[in-house]
Design a protein around this ligand. Structure first.
Ligand SMILES: O=P(O)(O)OC[C@H]1O[C@H](OP(=O)(O)OP(=O)(O)O)[C@H](O)[C@@H]1O
Ligand SMILES: Nc1nc2[nH]cnc2c(=O)[nH]1
Length: 183
């Protein structure tokens, strides 16, 4: 469904900014530092979890000054809605994963169902090691933990830096919480 320009502006106007663009940039620098310590010299294969992971991947990779390769996987469970369902795999690069040091990059750790299943899939597919990093972690219980976290935020429905609201706002820099009346 498309949003008209008035609705779009109203949703943005009612949202709360939880993390500013400058705070996100600082978080990305910190993540890059930790990932460099953990992965430099290992020639990792970075897997972007589509679609939300595309922004953190694009912002983080130029900060990683060591040898690596990039691929992606596509697993999703929200699909434009605000509550999660079954994981649907659209692309799983099983052959490429065998024997590799994998870095999984995603935008958000919420219930942790997606990351848990992605990490299990990488092990099943024969990864030599699996490290995970998320840009945003919600303060709530998760089915699994990420190894590296950019920022931690309250448990609200979020958009920005890859996270969508009704398929929009992935391009907003920073993290924003949708107003209750828009949920
Ligand atoms: O921790 P969880 O509760 O499993 O939620 C996290 C997942 O939810 C989002 O994906 P979504 O299914 O919305 O797909 P998208 O990346 O296409 O937005 C996000 O990109 C994570 O992959
Ligand atoms: N856009 C978006 N996707 C999610 N997937 C899991 N939690 C969220 C969230 O808060 N916002």
């Amino acid at each position: 469904m498309k949003l008209d320009a008035i609705e779009y502006a109203a949703i943005a106007g009612r949202a709360d900014c939880l993390v500013t663009p400058a705070e996100m940039d600082a978080a990305l620098d910190r993540m890059a530092g930790v990932l460099t310590e953990r992965l430099a010299g290992k020639d990792p294969l970075v897997l972007c979890v589509m679609t939300g992971g595309i922004v953190v991947t694009g912002l983080l990779l130029p900060r990683l000054h060591f040898q690596l390769r990039l691929d992606y996987l596509h697993a999703s469970r929200y699909r434009g809605t605000t509550s999660g369902g079954e994981i649907v795999w659209r692309y799983r690069p099983s052959e490429a994963i065998r024997g590799e040091h994998i870095l999984v990059l995603d935008d958000v750790l919420d219930e942790g169902v997606t990351l848990d299943q992605v990490i299990r899939a990488c092990h099943e597919d024969g990864a030599a090691s699996v490290l995970s990093a998320v840009l945003v972690e919600k303060c709530r219980p998760h089915q699994c933990e990420a190894d590296v976290v950019g920022v931690r935020v309250p448990n609200r429905y979020l958009y920005g830096d890859g996270l969508d609201y009704k398929n929009y706002f992935r391009n907003a820099h920073g993290v924003f919480a949708v107003a209750d009346e828009d949920l």
